[in-house]
Design a protein around this ligand. Sequence first.
Ligand SMILES: [Zn+2]
Length: 459
Amino acid sequence: MKGNSLSLVSPFARRGRGVAGRPSVFGLRLASLFIVATLALAQAFYGCATNPVTGKSEFSVISEKDEIALGAQAYNGAIAEIGGEYNDPVLSAYVNDVGQSLAKVSHRPNLPYEFTVVGSSVMNAFALPGGKIVITTGLLSKFDDEAEVAGVLGHEIGHVTARHAARMISRSYLFQIPLIVGSMYAQGKGKGEELVALSSVGLALLQLKYSRAQESQADGLGMQYEAKAGYNPKGMVEVLEVLQSAHEKEPSALEGMLMTHPLTSSRISDAKTMLAKDYPSWQSREDMLFADRFKSKTERLMTHVGAFEHYDAAEGHYQKGELDQALQEYRAAIEIDGAQPQFHCGVGEVYIKKDDTPNAMKSFERAKELDPELFRGRLDLGYAQFLAERYEPAAGELEAAVAIVPTSPSAQYFLGRSYEKLGRSAEAIESYENAAALAPDTEIGKDAGQRAAALKAAG
Ligand SMILES: [Zn+2]
């Protein structure tokens, strides 16, 4: 393959609308590849467990230890998928504190809970098994008080404590969990089929659709945790009302959230009934909502959140190939809020398309300064270094990208290309094989497969 066909496999060539309109970082292969494992084997691994919420015994194919490992493995990919961490340390610490105060009084207080704010106009919140919980700026900016933040985080904690995702995932991906968890314990990073398994489970975790009964149970648990932690459980009902009104006004901003957490009129009336029945003294009270604290901690967000409108417009222009308009909108976003690394990534990606690698590199370096853990920034910078034929730094950046999200075919592929240029054939083959396994039907995957074969034949 000649240099000029690179555009076919550029990391920016396939920006499908992901869960929140971001490029998908997961491989595309969803089909279960691991039918070889037998049910008997899986049962030997796992057995029955007691549900922490109901106290009832239920068949469980996933232990708590594995649940934690699975969630941790999928976490970075999930954050990258919906936009990357929002850069506002005050807000991040605040949301984490609210979450931890609820987690402490929950049915599973000893899980390694972590609450992350992601920068995205899309209203969303979700939980991964084991206690990793994400909420977007789009959702936070719609709230008026802390009891609402606690309501949504309490709801997500409820999904974790009642093991909703873990149960659904164990049913559908029975054969893949031992692979993922096994590889994690064995070496901390997966290879080939383990990465494919992780990728498909990660994608499934983001697309889980909870049942109506699970939603109401999570609402009930959320209220319970709110009341125990000293919040007015009315916050939960308010959250549902915020969601309902947003759904009427701007349904597209809520798509992702409603896909995983269906919002039915009966869910809202169920929550109101629970509030009246289980917390009668709270219903008419207006205290313990903590509106002032919420206001002071979200001040920066509220005055800067408009930047995401420009950012969304920029991404739309970029997708349509309208580079100048895209650049203008990315810059407008940066003018409002220069601290968000993904805005700088956007500018750099436009420069890449305009064949201006030096300027692209500047923007990607800025993104890296702002958040060295942002997958997109490291992938972008590695790709730009590769284009500039600086293979040593390219490999360094792409190694960092792969360490953050090992399931990205683009990162694996360009890491392989960099290693190949550096004469590190064995490592190149490994990266190519990972890329080929993760995205076998794409341009990247096919080219990676051919390059791996050629290197093997030459060696
Ligand atoms: Zn839910």
